[in-house]
Design a protein around this ligand. Structure first.
Ligand code: ATP
Length: 239
């Protein structure tokens, strides 16, 4: 699959008079995993939404694989093979699991063979979704819905995946399962931008991290460095 470099410069987000993201910048090298950690309200979700074009950006430049994506809308991001796993999963509870997955392939509905292949890959990664393909998504457990949300994003054959708190509300065992999936995707060369409150998961799943505070990047470093940083250990790992 293979990623492309994803560069963000000077990105800001305002909600009315409130500045939620203040001129941040970072790069996700091709096929690499970058994490954004930070407390509740630090601006992590706003950053991802702004990158996807789901909230307006008040300034900034976004480049993916040499293409300027600054004014691209959400559905076109998917067309450029940037997959998005929203906070809170947002699966369509009244639709069967397989329909939810097929919705993730909406950018290439005419390519039935490719879609079938992607579906098989998702079922291989998440066997439980294959077993429950006819079940309504609303009947799945929280962990299964999270897998469905990731599976749906994979249906566009992403080169880069933006994930918003995939561990939210999951038991430690399920968080481990999500970590195993992220590591597998990383092994396939899919680039990742992972937003999380769970710093432990983020450090294990990524090679570099940013720490956001009050809409700004307070620290950056390799995940290995940050994991042992005294301040990070105290604030985010509770050690
Ligand atoms: P969380 O982990 O709770 O999702 P976060 O780090 O993702 O937190 P954001 O959700 O991006 O943070 O919020 C950043 C700031 O922007 C917060 O102060 C929040 O109250 C504010 N905010 C977020 N969405 C809106 C909105 N739609 N309208 C006004 N303010 C908002």
């Amino acid at each position: 699959m293979g990623g492309g470099e994803f560069t963000v410069e000077d990105l800001s987000v305002h909600y009315g008079g409130v500045c939620a993201v203040k001129s941040i910048g970072f790069t996700v090298p091709p096929g690499e995993s970058v994490g954004i950690i930070g407390a509740n309200g630090a601006g992590k979700t706003s950053t991802l939404k702004a990158l996807m074009g789901l909230v307006p950006r008040s300034g900034g430049k976004v480049v993916f694989d040499g293409k300027d994506m600054s004014s691209v809308r959400a559905r076109d991001m998917v067309r450029h093979r940037i997959g998005y796993v929203p906070e809170g999963r947002h699966v369509f509870g009244g639709l069967p699991v397989e329909r939810n997955l097929l919705l993730g392939a909406y950018v290439r509905p005419w390519r039935a063979a490719e879609t079938r292949k992607s579906l098989e890959e998702v079922y291989e990664l998440f066997p439980v979704l294959g077993e429950m393909s006819d079940r309504l998504a609303g009947a799945l457990s929280g962990g299964q819905q999270q897998m469905l949300a990731i599976g749906r994003a994979l249906m566009c054959r992403p080169r880069l995946l933006l994930l918003d708190e995939p561990s939210m509300g999951l038991s430690p065992k399920l968080v481990d399962d999500i970590l195993a999936v992220l590591q597998k995707l990383r092994g396939q060369g899919i680039g990742m931008l992972l937003v999380e409150q769970n710093a432990k998961l983020t450090f294990e799943a990524t090679s570099e991290c940013l720490v956001m505070e009050n809409g700004e990047v307070a620290m950056t470093g390799t995940s290995a460095e940050l994991r042992t940083d005294v301040r990070v250990r105290r604030i985010y790992l509770g050690l």
